[in-house]
Design a protein around this ligand. Structure first.
Ligand code: SDX
Length: 429
């Protein structure tokens, strides 16, 4: 469906096509604006700019709706597995039993990293942040599969995607084991995706780790809820890098770096650090909230607010419920959860947050679950990256398959010095 918009500037009127999406989102297509008018648009941080047409994920930020390939996140979180959801995001449809078996087998086939890669970990200091290791190792992985770096056909692609999804667990767990001086634990092909990751994280050569069902289920949901979120900062980065026809590994490795920032995937780690600070201060949460509202403090309520959601993040709602279930099952009473619940209660009654439509986002409660499972704080963004892997892969492929794909190269408005001549060194002050 299309429509028209008009733009008038200095007495001239330009007609611009309008694109209307499946859910009636409306975009003014300015692809030919500069060639027709010499004008460009300016949209700092892209709040009002659509970068592409995409069929992968739909978000209604005002209503708090999230769907992967049309399926509501609530249904997938309740009934799907992370591998099935990954297949849906990457290939566009829920898999048949046969297709799911084949995809699972591909993941099992590719769960080991090349034995030589073990030495790469020795090049990092013990306190290296695992996101730095993850990004480096994803590119290193690609070096062992040169044929996959040019995935010209879907068979290559499915293999490359499965390797990324499968080995990202092995790399993450190995980074954790190195950080605590324990031996790397090899994957076990008989285990499914989540139990296998937990095994690599928490087993010892002399003592296998057997997770309780509720732990596996909580982590299954965490990964599904993080699997995609349309054009967020890290996914846009993967698309930007992929637009130069950089390979899948290089594109995803750049997505890991973008995700690391505390305003994005690093927020789950920043939330726990914030809660620990409040706990250590002994101050009531109202005192912290007052600091957040005082702009001069530059303190933010981490895990709150969202560029798109101006309502409760549907993922946060599910994670909060999962928190309660898991902590009850494990018999854990985490004082940080009590602080988080109190922060939410106070903030959602405070005009500062209400007027700015600041609600808990996916990162506000996810760290409580990861703490309960025993995942260490620096690994929290890595868990986000493991979850987001299928989304990054799906978006890279969606762009890669476009016959008319072009390199992303935004314009700018120059505000620097006007033309001036070179001044020889001996004439400068
Ligand atoms: C993720 O994009 C995605 O989809 C991301 C993600 C995904 O799945 O990929 O959903 C994952 O990154 C979730 C967000 C995690 N980040 C945090 O929790 C960090 C804390 N949140 C904020 O820094 C902020 O809310 C952002 C970064 C999430 C969104 O920032 P925006 O859209 O640029 O909003 P803004 O900074 O322009 O804020 C608007 C106003 C400002 O106040 P005023 O200038 O109007 O007075 O709201 C205030 C901000 O100061 N504000 C906050 C706040 N977030 C916004 N004030 C206090 N605490 C906060 N958390």
């Amino acid at each position: 469906m299309s429509d028209k918009a008009t733009l008038t500037y200095k007495g001239k009127t330009y007609e611009l096509p309008v694109v209307i999406g499946t859910e009636n989102e409306i975009g003014i297509d300015i692809s030919n604006l500069r060639s027709a008018s010499g004008l460009i648009t300016l949209d700092d941080s892209y709040s009002n700019t659509g970068s592409c047409l995409s069929a992968i994920t739909y978000i209604d930020g005002e209503a708090g709706v999230l769907r992967y390939r049309g399926y509501p996140i609530e249904q997938l979180a309740e009934r799907s597995t992370f591998v099935e959801t990954a297949y849906l995001l990457i290939f566009g449809e829920l898999p048949s039993a046969q297709a799911l078996r084949e995809f699972r087998n591909l993941l099992s086939t590719h769960e080991f990293i090349h034995e030589d890669m073990r030495h790469n970990f020795e090049g990092f200091p013990p306190n290296a942040h695992p996101m730095a290791i993850l990004s480096a190792m994803i590119n290193a992985m690609g070096c062992y599969q040169p044929a996959l770096l040019q995935p010209e056909d879907d068979n290559n692609f499915a293999d490359a995607a499965a390797r990324l999804m499968s080995k990202v667990r092995t790399i993450a767990a190995a980074a954790y084991k190195k950080s605590i001086g324990q031996p790397m634990i090899y994957p076990r092909p008989e285990l499914q995706y989540v139990p296998n990751f937990l095994h690599m994280m928490f087993s010892m050569p002399n003592r296998p780790y057997e997770p309780v069902r509720e732990v596996v289920d909580a982590l299954r949901q965490i990964l599904i809820l993080h699997a995609d979120h349309e054009q967020n900062c890290s996914t846009s980065t993967v698309r930007m890098v992929g637009s130069s026809q950089a390979n899948l590994y290089a594109s995803v490795a750049s997505g890991v770096c973008a995700l690391w920032g505390p305003l994005h995937g690093g927020a789950n780690q920043a939330v726990i650090q914030m809660l620990l600070q409040i706990q250590a201060s002994g101050e009531p949460v109202e005192t912290f909230i007052a600091k957040v509202k005082d702009k001069s403090s530059k303190i933010r309520l981490m895990g709150f607010g969202h560029r798109v959601y101006k309502n409760y993040d549907p993922r946060a709602r599910i994670i909060k419920e999962s928190c309660d279930k898991l902590l009850a099952k494990l018999g854990i009473s985490d004082p940080l959860l009590d602080i988080a619940l109190k922060l939410e209660e106070v903030a959602l009654k405070d005009e500062y947050f209400v007027s700015r439509k600041l609600y808990p986002n996916v990162d506000f409660y996810s760290g409580i679950i990861m703490r309960a499972i025993g995942i260490p704080l620096p690994m929290f963004p890595v868990m986000f990256a493991i979850g987001r892997m299928p989304g990054w892969i799906a978006h890279w492929r969606e762009q890669h398959l476009r016959p008319d794909a072009r390199i992303h190269r935004p314009r700018q408005i120059y505000i620097g010095p006007a033309k001036r001549d070179y001044v020889p060194l001996d004439q400068r002050s």
